[in-house]
Design a protein around this ligand. Structure first.
Ligand SMILES: NC(=O)C1=CN([C@@H]2O[C@H](COP(=O)(O)OP(=O)(O)OC[C@H]3O[C@@H](n4cnc5c(N)ncnc54)[C@H](O)[C@@H]3O)[C@@H](O)[C@H]2O)C=CC1
Ligand SMILES: O=C1[C@@H](O)[C@H](O)[C@@H](O)[C@H](O)[C@H]1O
Length: 342
């Protein structure tokens, strides 16, 4: 079996987590190079990877002949330069979300990939790989609950770091639901609104929670509660309401505890725990798709662009209180003829 040689740019929290899974869990892959502007961290990570090269820059890593494919896990504003450099080098690139931090930057990536004439980019929207979301989509697609009319979502973080801003609730957090509902309904989002409830005393200067309302092109409505200081753990919920029934993400805990007349299940601490299996499947399927020179089949540059445009609409809705339409550029043929590829 051939081994995909991967270079990782950014050895922070998720970069190290993806390196751990590529070196200890997944098959057909070796991490052969790393880099980070925080040289000390990158050096420590490289020391734990026998034979891997520590590069001074992301560009050096992309040019390394011992790197077949690139994984970008640096901060969002740096994604564009590394994704574009990977496309220019003709190397497949898995980029953690967001694809880039502005819709113009995402469009530059889309155009570069179209000019290259083949799919090279995959974006890290891992919910599409989660067993519960996949089971939910299977029910929706089967028609068992009839035409979907609404989806209720909750995205709750226990807490967020001090650099998290008001807009991050949309651009950093709800962006996962933005991608997920496009995939779940197989269609684009046409408009966004934000409703602002009473502010939590745990939210500090943030407007927390928020309610993001998304209008799907086919007329369904999606509401997303975004609470980022919920304290009790990391809680992700989703329920689709159809004409003939409803389907919701199941309870995921492998254990139920009964004691002192209480019944309880643990709540994950954060996304690494909740989506552990999804990240494994996501990266394994990406590796497998590249075998023998193949193209990635997961969330593509168009999906990254569409998520950025909807995020911008959400941010504008948050700032103005208005309903903001989503205005997408024409979609290039490289990204298929159905609205959102399955
Ligand atoms: N799919 C998901 O659920 C998640 C995705 N993410 C995404 O992953 C990315 C990284 O997030 P974290 O690991 O949480 O951040 P982090 O701050 O822990 O790690 C980012 C690393 O990138 C490095 N870096 C920054 N600029 C760089 C540059 N120009 N070149 C090379 N390295 C550079 C930093 O020094 C840092 O070590 C973000 O885009 C974030 O949105 C993060 C958490 C979960
Ligand atoms: O991507 C992620 C983080 O960056 C973000 O800050 C969290 O809100 C999300 O739940 C997580 O999946």
């Amino acid at each position: 079996m051939s081994v995909l040689r991967v270079g990782v740019i950014g050895t922070g929290m998720i970069g190290r987590d993806h390196i751990r899974r590529m070196t200890t869990v997944l098959a057909g892959v070796a991490v052969t190079a790393v880099t980070d502007v925080d040289v000390d961290t990158a050096k420590k990570v490289a020391e734990g990877l026998p034979g891997a090269t520590l590069h001074a820059t992301g560009e050096d890593l992309i040019a390394d002949p011992a790197v077949d494919a690139v994984v970008v896990c640096s901060w969002g504003p740096t994604h564009e330069q590394y994704v574009l450099a990977s496309i220019a080098a003709g190397k497949p690139v898995f980029c953690e979300k967001p694809l880039a931090t502005t819709q113009d930057a995402c469009l530059r990536i889309v155009r570069a990939e179209v000019a290259a004439g083949r799919r090279l980019v995959q974006v890290g929207y891992m919910r599409r790989y989660d067993a519960a979301y996949r089971a939910l989509k299977q029910v929706v697609d089967s028609g068992a609950i009839g035409t979907p009319l609404m989806m209720h979502c909750a995205h709750r973080n226990a807490s967020v770091p001090s650099f998290y801003e008001k807009e991050s609730a949309i651009t950093d957090t709800a962006v996962h639901e933005i991608d997920m509902v496009r995939w779940m309904f197989g269609e684009e989002i046409s408009a966004a609104r934000v409703l602002i409830p009473r502010r939590s005393r745990n939210g500090g200067p943030l407007q927390d929670p928020l309610l993001l309302i998304l209008e799907m092109a086919g007329g369904a409505l999606v509401d997303v509660e975004i609470s980022v200081n919920i304290r009790y753990g990391y809680d992700i919920r989703g329920e689709v309401v159809g004409e003939d029934g409803t389907a919701a993400l199941g309870e995921l805990s492998p254990v139920v505890v009964r004691t002192a007349r209480q019944r309880s299940t643990p709540v994950p601490v954060d996304w690494r725990e909740r989506f552990l299996g999804a990240y494994d499947v996501e990266i394994q399927e990406w590796i497998d798709s590249l075998a023998g020179g193949g193209a990635p089949v997961g969330p593509n540059a168009w999906d990254g662009y569409a998520a950025a445009v909807v995020s911008d609409a959400g941010v504008a809705a948050l700032r103005t209180g208005e309903r903001v339409p989503v205005d997408l550029a024409p979609r290039p043929a490289l990204y298929g003829t159905v609205a959102v590829l399955p």
